[in-house]
Design a protein around this ligand. Sequence first.
Ligand SMILES: [Zn+2]
Length: 387
Amino acid sequence: MAAKSFLLLALILSVVIDPSRFSPQNESNHATPNPPIIGRSIDTSQNEDNNSAAHNFDVQKLAEGVYAVVRKEPAGFMVDANNVFIINDDYVVVVDSNGAPSITKEVLAALRKLTSAPVKYVINTHWHDDHIRGNQVYRETFPGVEFIGHHTMREYLPAQGAINRKQFLEGAPQFLDILKSALAKNKSLTGAELSPEERISHTSDVRLAELVLSEGAAAQTILPTITVTDRLTLSRGDRVIDVMHLGAGHTAADIVVHLPKERILITGDLVVWPIPLVGDPQSHIGEWPATLEKLIALSPNTIVPGHGPVLHDVSYLKTLAAMFASISRQTRAAVSKGETLEQTRKSVNLEGFQKQLAGDSPVRRLLFSNYVFSPGVAAGFREASEK
Ligand SMILES: [Zn+2]
């Protein structure tokens, strides 16, 4: 079968989308996993124009003064980042901005319904555009705001980050054409009839991609003004906010935000539900399990992933750690036997993890193939070959 590959530009992960790797296996015994328990939602539209239904997020109270902004877009190639508001007496800390300034303006409007205090710190959990492109909205609104990020972001973003953004903007129209054509012809990327789930997912992808295309070229890159190498603690009254780099995983710049008293952990894309986001060469498959183990060791009660609903236990983190360890182990074994990358792609078996994470969902299986299997094997192979 001719490989119909195209660049997926969604997350600037250098992932190559290859629908030919997606082979539906009509197994009906593996139901799609249930979504995790989702926290309480609050309606921030009260007293206002009641238009929150138009927004693609829920605002959920996690603890006194701590709110998660959880995206409602379906799983897809294009996603936008969750945010967290930590509201202290006299200022606010926001974790992550969004993929387009107009989205961040909606998020900021939701914050305004909770407090009039200014945003003093924006913490960017890593360098991907869907977590930083809205930074400029905070700078325009709060001129004194500081941006906190891993120290490598200051070198990465003007160099490789700028290249990735350019490639995204150049390649996105082709990506959009493919999705629009699939929607118009009612054919999935594998040629089968489009399922309702795929239609919802691709429609959301198109909406987000068009938004990013229309705003992305003009979006400024705002670098961290305060950098973290290992740890930074913000204390105010009773509130303690630990900003920590516990190791690489999704990228080399991953930082997590931990509220030890409230036992809330904000993970960035070290944890993404329902299908994790792996990039090659950006992700560190070999190191990722140990980083996740450090997250688990914090014993959080409430986990806000980079994308996906709020989680209330660490079981999903354990699954991800086991899967990345398995990819690393299998690719190392393949390299030690002298296999090529193509041979390794055939010998690595992740079916059990695919069933566990994707079940029978065509969208999740496609995402697993393109965001876990393909880049994960490439990253593991590269890491094993470098040693
Ligand atoms: Zn990311």
